[in-house]
Design a protein around this ligand. Structure first.
Ligand SMILES: Cc1cc2nc3c(=O)[nH]c(=O)nc-3n(C[C@H](O)[C@H](O)[C@H](O)COP(=O)(O)OP(=O)(O)OC[C@H]3O[C@@H](n4cnc5c(N)ncnc54)[C@H](O)[C@@H]3O)c2cc1C
Length: 236
């Protein structure tokens, strides 16, 4: 979409109505909002969500859309632990029929060419990849080049795992779950060896993890221009 498209999209703010809240795992929740008729996005993009029913600071945070455009609902999935921030307390207090404000979607995170691709999700960083796989299946797109989703979750909960297994099989994507950084690096190295020059590398998750994985790739000779990163701050 580019800078101008993103700018126009971020300037447009609209209220969206909560339909439901679903607990995906112990501390992982999906909030599903009605999609306005004129709202659109590309799988992998994120939007800015603002709390309007309570006074919280900061009242606006970015979230990747965990739903695919084909699902016709705007969904975000987030981790809410035992001591939630004011923002997440406000999210939890939403009831169906109440609204939040959305601006965007923006960003270039996504698979847009038939080229080898390694997608790396750290924990809750699975959200944009769930949308990407779901949209591939909705459009009956199968990867024609080696395409792998590496899903790291040290707690071995892997939100969306069963659904992802089905989607990955349908989209000809290799899904690999790993519970440690060591295992992730073994898988990553194997992919890099084969596809360093022609591969695309997408990384999403907590910022420290994304930064360290990206510098690891660079040390292995992967050009920065071959990487796309969604670094979630607020997570260690
Ligand atoms: C492009 C992009 C996409 C993103 N996509 C996602 C996504 O799909 N899912 C997602 O979950 N996040 C996503 N994020 C990150 C998201 O915007 C938040 O930063 C993140 O969810 C942490 O929010 P928080 O309110 O818990 O953070 P913070 O306010 O930074 O809080 C961090 C931690 O501090 C503690 N804390 C903070 N305030 C209080 C308080 N008042 N009382 C007690 N404890 C407190 C809590 O333990 C909390 O977990 C994305 C970020 C970017 C940039």
């Amino acid at each position: 979409m580019g800078f101008f498209g993103d700018f126009m999209s971020i300037m447009k703010k609209r209220a969206v109505v909560l339909q439901s809240m679903t607990k995906e795992a112990d501390d992982v929740y999906t909030f599903s909002f009605e999609k306005p008729a004129d709202y659109s996005w590309r799988a992998g993009q994120y939007a800015l969500f603002s709390i309007t029913h309570a006074k919280v600071k900061p009242g606006t945070k970015p979230f990747s859309l965990s739903s695919a455009p084909a699902e016709n609902a705007i969904r975000i999935t987030t981790r809410i632990g035992a001591t939630p921030s004011e923002f997440k307390q406000a999210l939890l207090s939403l009831k169906p029929g109440m609204t939040v404000r959305v601006s965007g979607a923006v960003g270039s995170f996504g698979l847009d060419k038939a080229e080898p691709a390694l997608m790396i999700a750290g924990g809750i960083g699975i959200t944009p990849f769930r949308a990407i796989l779901k949209q591939m299946v909705a459009e009956r797109i199968k990867a024609t080049q080696p395409t792998q989703l590496l899903y790291l979750d040290s707690s071995e909960v892997y939100p969306f795992k069963e659904e992802l297994e089905t989607l990955a099989a349908q989209a000809s994507v290799q899904l690999t779950t790993v519970e440690s950084l060591d295992k992730l690096e073994l898988e990553r190295n194997a992919f890099v060896q084969q596809n360093k020059e022609k591969g695309r590398f997408l990384i999403a998750g907590p910022k420290p993890l994304v930064d360290s994985l990206a510098s690891g790739l660079q040390q292995q000779g992967v050009a920065k221009s071959r990487m796309k990163k969604d670094a979630f701050f607020g997570y260690l």
